[in-house]
Design a protein. Structure first.
Length: 258
């Protein structure tokens, strides 16, 4: 059974989140990608159900928010509502709201970037999964953001018209406000190699075989003291629909050896 909840973040913005699984199970916070939602990244592909249904540790409680600007969360258009690292600040507020002390953290694309920013800011999950994210996607946050900004602002007239059309189609499908999506991009903060190297929790870095959109998975894993890189079928958009993604995430989370 999935329950929809809402809470007010640190600045009063309302964030929607869904909960699935055993109410007493191990908390697993799952963060979706840009222009997506918890529904499209985690629930429709069956990943949330696979994680919630894993049997070790007496079951799991999946907590899957819609990031600010996405899904059922508020989408403010005032630039003041988009300070640097705001998505990480929202998740810190959610963790405090739920009184979570021990939990696992899973992110895909923007969700993975947000997860890393959470750890840089002091979060300490038991395990970390970074999906659809590589080294340059974290260390040069502005490069890919510039492509998205051009696509959002100019559509067919963007430097890459195909990207412009795809981004506008995704915004239309998700009912997303362009001003809010530009706010997401404006909040990006680059993460240094030193900050990445200081993340010492057991980490899985996973992406599609044809996904180097955010740099090298293998390169990112090599920068971290307790990480391994894995490739699954697909590209950046299609990998979330691959059963292999749910499989490697649940296997990693349930591996008592870390």
């Amino acid at each position: 059974m999935t329950d929809l909840h809402r809470f007010q973040s640190f600045d009063g913005v309302s964030i929607g989140y869904r909960v699935l699984g055993d109410p007493a199970g191990w908390p697993t916070l799952m963060l979706h990608g840009f222009l997506a939602s918890a529904e499209t990244n985690w629930f429709l592909p069956g990943i949330a159900a696979a994680v919630a249904g894993s049997l070790a540790n007496g079951g799991r409680r999946v907590i899957a928010p819609d990031l600010r600007g996405h899904g059922r969360s508020d989408a403010p258009t005032d630039p003041a509502a988009w300070p640097r690292d705001v998505l990480a600040l929202d998740q810190a507020a959610l963790i405090a709201h739920l009184h979570l002390r021990d939990y696992d953290l899973v992110g895909y694309s923007l969700g993975a970037r947000t997860a890393v920013r959470m750890l840089v800011r002091g979060a300490r999950p038991r395990k970390l999964v970074l999906g659809g994210m590589g080294d340059s996607g974290l260390m040069a946050a502005g490069a890919r953001a510039a492509m998205f900004e051009d696509s959002i602002r100019h559509g067919d007239a963007a430097k890459d018209p195909r990207a412009g059309r795809r981004v506008h189609a995704m915004m239309a499908a998700g009912g997303l406000k362009p001003e809010a999506m530009l706010g997401v991009l404006a909040s990006f903060v680059a993460t240094s190699a030193e900050e990445i190297a200081a993340i010492d929790v057991p980490t899985l870095v996973v992406a599609g075989q044809r996904d180097d959109d955010n740099g090298s998975v293998e390169g990112l894993a090599a920068m971290m003291p307790d990480a391994r890189g894995v490739r699954i079928p697909g590209d950046h958009l299609s990998a979330v629909m691959e059963p292999a993604l749910a499989g490697v995430i649940t296997s990693f989370l349930e591996d008592s050896g870390g």
